[in-house]
Structures are given as structure tokens and as C-alpha cells.
Design a protein around this ligand. Sequence first.
Ligand code: ATP
Ligand code: MG
Length: 569
Amino acid sequence: MTNPMSEDIPPTGEGIRDFIRDVVRSDLDDGRVDTVVTRFPPEPNGYLHIGHAKSMCLNFGVAREFGGRCNLRFDDTNPTKEEREYIDSIQEDVRWLGFDWGEHLYFASDYFEQLYSWAEHLIGAGKAYIDDHSAEEIRTYRGTLTEPGRDSPYRDRPADENLDLFRRMRAGEFEDGARVLRAKIDMASGNINMRDSVLYRILHASHPRTGEDWCLYPTYDFAHGQSDAIEGVTHSLCTLEFEDHRPLYDWLTDNLPVPSRPRQYEFSRLNLTHTVLSKRRLIQLVEDGHVAGWDDPRMPTLSGLRRRGFPSAAIRDFVGRVGITKSDNVVEMALLEHCARELLNKTAPRRLAVLRPLKVVIENYPEGQTEELEAINNPEDAAAGTRKVPFSRELYIERGDFMEDPPRKFFRLAPGREVRLRYAYFITCREVVKNDAGEVVELRCTYDPATKGGDAPDGRKVKATLHWVSADHGVSAEVRLYDHLFARPDPGAEGDILDDINSESLTVLNECCLEPALLDVRPGDPVQFERQGYFCLDPDASADRPVFNRTVALRDTWARIQAKERPKA
Ligand code: ATP
Ligand code: MG
């Protein structure tokens, strides 16, 4: 039962209209631009998360749809937070998501020399000055949203003195924080970003790419727009928090001899329930050990989602459905899970796996006998064919599929009751074996040989079909079940975000029993454990001890949310 819509949703939202694509289309039609150039500009200070996927699908998607190009540019202007590991992981994640920057891999640090000379240009034009104020003093002088700022006493320094100081900053004569270079714009501006924004600061820090070459670094605000201009970016697409920075970017390109004038358009960030999409927060989760690492399958990072088994196509589908607008909203995590489920339903082969085993002995089944029963690989895909599953006298079923004293609506196995074992036989529970503690440890059952393949020739019906694994043939495995990383949809809304971490976000099951075909699953291949959900092999697996992650359960909470919202007929 797939949603017929999904076939029509192209991988990056092609054919979908939004205000940015409308702008690009009309710029091309009017001849304002010949070739669309976009860029995805991550700062290498963390791993990419699913919010970045929205930006990538937009930037790479627009470039592809309109026959242009998209650069991958690292905005690496803050060496204290940036690392080689992040640069590598970001490239891996962009590729995994299905995008290709071709020859166009750039780094803001490649432009440091050019940016520096443009800073001297502004100084020479009387449009930038060296301020000896401390960060604290600068903050105090900046004013607030309701009060204008005050001019720094250093604001009217003559250009040659500014130039001399700036060169000495570069030469390493001063300590971190001793002085900064600021744009000379307007301390009374209603836009705080225009109140003499800081352009350069002294930082005696080693940079992942330029090493010890520099001891002063451009701010993001100074580097970003100029980097776009150097690269000939036509449409500089970013999230709404940069809307108020646009006048500053425009002021800078107006006042510098830049080779091109990019135009910036802002769209709303992706927000998701039950998680956080801020690198600062994600770093904290990793560093304080709340998760096992950046690729912990509970993380909203692309590496976490990949390890969890989310196909990249499902993430692109999700991003396409969310769309590009200017309105801030929070998207249900259930929609992301729904997209994965819908895709996996079509592609994942079905297998039998018992996660919490309860032993069943078929008393009238010959000891030592094994049958190879035919099982369907994917009812959604006839081409996927069938496989053989071994059946024998001792089996495991799911503990939750048996109740000694079942309530009225429990239709699965119970004393005296008959059920179907998938692809096998009808069995009837004859006796319940317990241990000294009174716990059920084994069921003695009988089977009806006439029901082979799962149907009774006399037409009698059963109310449940259970999955099972032959005890002799089953493969022992670990299975990890995941739930939301945060217990509430809006973590941190009412206090410390760390208090909202879901203490039950990970359940490790150590005694799972899998049908032997599951030994052949390769890393990255999805499977459905029948009646349970979609799973994938975790890198922690060894050759004889598989470890599986549950990507999503079969139950679709998104479909339920939608059904609830649909007006009653
Ligand atoms: P964070 O807030 O997580 O630290 P960031 O914006 O600082 O993210 P960058 O590395 O600067 O991270 O982001 C690269 C690009 O991805 C930027 O253009 C940014 O606007 C975009 N981006 C980041 N987070 C989101 C999000 N949640 N939704 C959409 N785009 C995003
Ligand atoms: Mg940023």
C-alpha cells in the first residue's frame, strides 16, 4: 500500500514551485543572469544535520533544475571551532545525500589574502577603522534594539594610522582581543548589524588549512558575502536569521571592487519535533556523552540517520514535502519516519526475526527433521522472488505473542488456542511450562500437518499469524531499538534541555534470533523484520554476531496524525 503521490515527488523537489525558484526562473527569463550559481556554505564546526539537508536540496536542486552549478564552500573563518574531521565528514554526507559539487570545492580560507586586501581598501576609503575597545566595551557601545549605539572614541582615527595598525595586527604585534577592524557605517542605525560591524579580529590560532599563516581572521559577516562574490554566486540562499545581515552584505559589496554582486534570499530553517538542530547543542550532546557520537542513530545528523538506516532518498523526499517558505514552523518527526517507511516498504526484503524469544516445542513434529519452507521476499515487489526458511521441532516466537490469560481482544497464542505460523503450519498451544519463579519459559504445542503453507484444507480460520525462527537454525543477534532522543516535542521549552532527554531512547535486545538469511545482509541494505519494522546492519556487527538497528517501526504515527486531522465524513 504505497502512497501513489510518492512516485511523483522528484528527488530534490523538481517541478515544485516556491518563491526562490520563481525568482530564479524570472532572473533567467529576464536575462538578469545567464547561468545560475548557488553554493552550500557549511562552517566545518560540526557534522551536518537534517536541517542542512534542506539547504543542500535547495542549493544543489536549484542548480540542477536550472542547468547551473552549486559550489561546496567551507566557511572556515573561525579556526578555534573548526576541524579537519568535520571537513571530511561534511563531504561524505553531501555525497551520500546524492549531490556532487564536481570541480567546485572551495574554502573561504582560500580567499584570505583577497579579503585582507579588500579590508585595506575599505580602510583607505575611510570606511573601516581599528577599534581598541574590548569585546565588552564594543558590546556596551553598540546599544540595543530600542537605543542607538554610541561612536567609539577610535572611530575617527586617520586612515594611515588605521592602515599601520591593521598591518601590525597581521604581523602579530598584538594579543588576541587587543583591537579589531570595524566597518564605519552608522552607530545609530535601526539595524544593529549596521552599527560598525566587526570585520577582523586577532586570533593566534592554528587553522586547519592555513596553519600558522594568519593571526587575524575575517568575521563570518565579512567573509561570507565577499566569498559569494568571488565565486560569482548569483543567488545566495540562506536561512531567515541572515535577513538582517543583508544590508551589511550589500553595503560591503557596494563599497568594494568585487567581481560580482550576489543577491541574497532567505528561507525558513527546518525545525523538527523531538530533537534539536543546532550544532552547538549537538556538540554538547556528543561531548557530554549523552549519545555515543555524532553518528549515534538517535542523532538528527546525516551520519546518524544513515547509520540508523534512513535512505538518502527518503530524506530528499521529506525535504521536498516540507518545501521552501519564509514562515517558521516545526515539522513532525513522524513525517520523516513516514517518508522512510514508504520508501522502505517498496524496497526492503522481508525477513523473520524474533526479538524477545519464547521457546515453542512442537510435540508431534518429528525430532531431527527440518523442512525448507518457501517465503515471499517482498509482497510489494514480485521480482524480489522467494527464499527458503528452515522449520524444525523447536522454534522461537515473540514473547509478546503469547498470553496465558488473554483479555478479550488478544487474538494471538494462548492456552488451547490455534494460530498460524507464517509460511508454515497451524499450531495449537497444549501446555505452558514455567520456571521456579513462575515465568513462562516454554510452550508445548502441536501442529496440523495438513496446514502446510499456512492454510487449512477444511477452511477453518485462525485469528492470528505469528512470525517465528527455528531454534536450531536461528542466528543469535543484538538488536537496538530507538525512540526519540528527547521526550517532549519541544525540548528545552520549559527548562533545561538536558532534562528533556528521553531516558528510554535506546533499548538493546541481546537475545534476538534471526532467520539464517539475515546473515547475508550487507551494511547499508534495508530489511523488514516482519511485523516489527525496518532494520539495517550496524557497523558494530561482527561476522558471526549481527547487530541490527531499527530504522522505524511499522506502525505509522504520521498516517494516524493525518487521519485525526481529516474532518470526519
Ligand atoms: P547551526 O545553527 O546548526 O549551527 P549553522 O547555520 O550555523 O547551523 P552552517 O554550517 O553555517 O550552520 O550552515 C550551512 C548552511 O546550512 C547555511 O546556509 C545555513 O543557513 C543552512 N542551515 C543550517 N541549519 C539549517 C536548518 N535547520 N534548516 C535549513 N537550513 C539550515
Ligand atoms: Mg552558521
